[in-house]
Design a protein around this ligand. Structure first.
Ligand SMILES: Nc1nc2c(ncn2[C@@H]2O[C@H](COP(=O)(O)OP(=O)(O)OP(=O)(O)O)[C@@H](O)[C@H]2O)c(=O)[nH]1
Ligand SMILES: [Mg+2]
Ligand SMILES: [Zn+2]
Length: 353
């Protein structure tokens, strides 16, 4: 299987197909579309605005829920003109105003102010892509093996969470696979536990940790993020008795098969919401700056005697010395170097293999 740099590339195949079908439908049925335009105008005159929440977005439009009903909504033309540095105007979790066109259709007229934003750099490297908004918690899902741990991906999500005002929780799934091979897991805990982020080790296979996670997410809105195949959908199924589609790993690379194809806001049985997202292969933090990286690796600051040190090649830098003598975990420093290298070379999009 081809390795896709961004999951969009993977799913683009389906979207292309869908666009073709839509174009064909439009070409062959102009009357229907004209009629819809007309109805939208009539409703606009009546200022018949409803408030709703965006559950999912696809090529067909945005599914908006309001008063227990779902409407497939298009965007009003004037909203589209606002497109600038943001790739998508509407995101999963958005509160919107919309006009009802029919039993199942609507048109979004306004997007209400957002409290939190989880975003990334889009495939072009030039625009911000919103993943989910108005979400309290980002669950950073990782596994130690299958797929292998990528510490710099964790740091990318942690930085994105801080920028977007979300509370991060790191969930290490698949700990049933650790038997006898705990070295990398221990190194990860040694590096990340002292930083104070909540870390929870779980297994959907044995059930360990599932109840704790369920309680943490109850009555909150959370977004599940991470590489394809780490078990995001499996965890949600285990915690909340859902039936989300889960996939198998490719045997050769132990990577996921991009099973979840679009972000979706799901109502939890006993209160709260969660967003399942498609797994990423790379995650560029939108508008990542050197200061963001320095701020994120704040534990280095007190270790170094030089105020403007990059902690890379400066002679006598105590951070470098502490890495050498093991006082700073190599795992964390390696992640720092990866991110610093990215901002210094002005690359907004990188892979980290
Ligand atoms: N050994 C083990 N395997 C697990 C565990 N949790 C999930 N898996 C397996 O991991 C594979 C991928 O799970 P998914 O839930 O589809 O992963 P995902 O993160 O949602 O993947 P995408 O939707 O592609 O992003 C499946 O074969 C699951 O059965 C676990 O705790 N232990
Ligand atoms: Mg999934
Ligand atoms: Zn230094």
């Amino acid at each position: 299987m081809k390795d896709y740099d961004f999951e969009e590339e993977f799913h683009a195949r389906d979207r292309k197909q869908f666009r073709k079908m839509r174009k064909h439908a439009q070409d062959t049925d102009r009357s229907k579309f004209k009629k819809t335009d007309q109805v939208v105008q009539e409703f606009s005159a009546q200022e018949n605005a409803h408030k709703g929440r965006v559950l999912s977005i696809s090529g067909e439009g945005s599914v908006v829920e309001s008063d227990g009903k779902q409407y497939l909504c298009s965007l009003k033309g004037f909203l589209k003109k606002e497109k600038n540095l943001t790739k998508n105007l509407i995101a999963v979790g958005d509160w919107v105003e919309f006009q009802i066109i029919s039993e199942k259709e609507g048109a979004i007229t306004a997007v209400l102010p957002r409290t939190t934003i989880l975003s990334r750099t889009d495939i072009s490297g030039k625009k911000e892509q919103l993943i989910a908004v108005n979400v309290d918690i980002v669950v950073i899902c990782v596994s130690i093996f299958e797929p292998p741990l990528k510490p710099s991906l964790i740091d990318r999500y942690l930085i994105a969470a801080e920028k977007g005002k979300l509370t991060p929780i790191i969930v290490v799934n698949k700990i049933d696979l650790l038997e006898g091979e705990k070295e990398l897991y221990d190194a990860f805990l040694e590096a990340y536990e002292p930083l104070g982020y909540p870390i929870l080790s779980i297994s959907t296979k044995t059930g360990v940790g599932i109840e704790i996670l369920r309680n943490l997410l109850q009555n909150k809105t959370s977004v599940f993020s991470g590489q394809s195949g780490v078990g995001k959908s499996s965890i949600l199924n285990a915690c909340f008795g859902l039936t989300l589609k889960t996939g198998v790993l490719t045997q050769k690379t132990a990577k996921g098969a991009h099973t979840t194809s679009m972000a979706e806001l799901i109502t939890l049985p006993n209160g709260g919401y969660c967003v399942d997202t498609p797994g990423v292969r790379s995650f560029g933090v939108w508008s990542l700056k050197k200061e963001d990286v320095i701020e994120h690796f704040r534990e280095f600051k007190s270790r170094c005697q030089f105020p403007d040190c990059s902690h890379t090649s400066e002679p006598n830098c105590r951070v470098v010395k502490n890495v050498k003598n093991g006082k700073i975990p190599a795992l964390r420093y390696q992640s720092y170097l990866t991110l610093m290298n990215e901002v210094q070379t002005q690359k907004s999009k990188t892979t980290w293999n």
